[in-house]
Design a protein around this ligand. Structure first.
Ligand code: DON
Length: 304
């Protein structure tokens, strides 16, 4: 497969969408990002690396971090995790409060904000230095020591986090958070603030694409079966109220973030990370989704 030419063709073609969508501005620090960036990197399981555009520029991975947090929580809790968080698509926005109240504090899945906060609570009670373990895990997965938290982004989000604070308090009210609410919010925002580039993100997701073997990175171990299940949750829940649309258009398990990143995998073939900051009304990257739709159309490689 000539991935290089395919990525170059995609790069040219997605430019026609370069003015569509809006950068996330509810986190003041994110509003400062140049909206006109576009980068993509694809890694094959045979070791090929193909990159185009702003692939080396770091951006805020935001909700893509929820995949890594879930991997860590699954590695320590296994199936017992699912007594505290569901694994059904929510059909609602990532920060919706409504369902959480109706369903008595059990979040629909680990990728909506409420579910990720429960996962973060598990990390806090399971690891001695959870913030260090988390960043160490990402560095090991991506093979890059340059993956860092952006404390300024984390602080900026905390200062305006009226909705997320309400979600955390509702979880606490329903006794689905053990730690202090403030402690959970602090680690949740820190994990969201991680900065990676497309190259690092694609490399990190390669571990999920290549699940011929169980994995162990920085002391975090997942069985083949757990990797399969994590990918299944990305397929059904990775794009919130646009999970069906992403599945229909792209056909890969993936995860988006409001920093404009999307990471996805084609099992036993490749991982791909794309970044473009302008978002659609569901909080997903406009050009990122277009690029991945074209990738699976042009390669005829998807899980379907
Ligand atoms: O909690 C938030 O709102 C952000 N830190 C993360 C949201 C996000 O990335 C949703 N993804 N599309």
């Amino acid at each position: 497969m000539d991935y290089r030419t395919i990525l170059e063709d995609i790069y040219k073609s997605v430019k026609s969408y370069s003015n569509v969508g809006k950068v996330a501005d509810y986190i003041p620090e994110l509003a400062k990002v140049n909206p006109d960036k576009f980068g993509i990197c694809l890694n094959t399981i045979e070791g090929g690396v193909y990159e185009v555009g702003d692939y080396a520029e770091r951006f805020s991975i935001q909700s893509i971090s929820k995949v890594f947090a879930l991997a860590m929580a699954l590695s320590v809790k296994g199936e017992t995790l699912w007594s505290r968080v569901g694994k059904e698509p929510s059909g609602t926005a990532f920060n919706s409060l409504v369902q959480l109240e109706v369903e008595h504090g059990i979040p629909r899945n680990p990728f909506i904000n409420a579910g990720a906060m429960v996962v973060v609570d598990i990390l806090l009670t399971s690891f001695e230095n959870p913030a260090e373990r988390f960043i160490g895990f990402l560095r090991a997965l991506s093979g890059s020591e340059n993956v860092v938290y952006n404390e300024q982004v984390a602080r900026s989000e905390r200062e305006t986090a009226y909705l997320n604070a309400a979600i955390a308090n509702l979880l606490k009210y329903h006794r689905n958070i053990e730690c202090d609410v403030e402690e959970v919010l602090r680690l949740y925002f820190l994990t969201c603030s991680v900065e990676m580039n497309c190259r690092e993100l694609a490399k990190a997701f390669l571990a999920l694409a290549d699940h011929a073997e169980p994995f162990r990175y920085a002391g975090i171990e997942l069985t083949r079966s757990q990797i399969k299940r994590l990918n299944a949750i990305m397929q059904t829940c990775g794009f919130y109220d646009e999970a069906g649309e992403f599945s229909y258009l792209v056909g890969l398990p993936g995860k988006s973030g409001v920093g404009g990143g999307i990471a996805a995998i084609c099992p036993m073939r490749y991982s791909v990370a794309v970044w473009s900051p302008r978002l659609n009304s569901k909080g997903n990257s406009v050009m990122g989704m277009k690029a991945l739709e074209q990738l699976t159309t042009m390669t005829d490689e998807s899980i379907f």
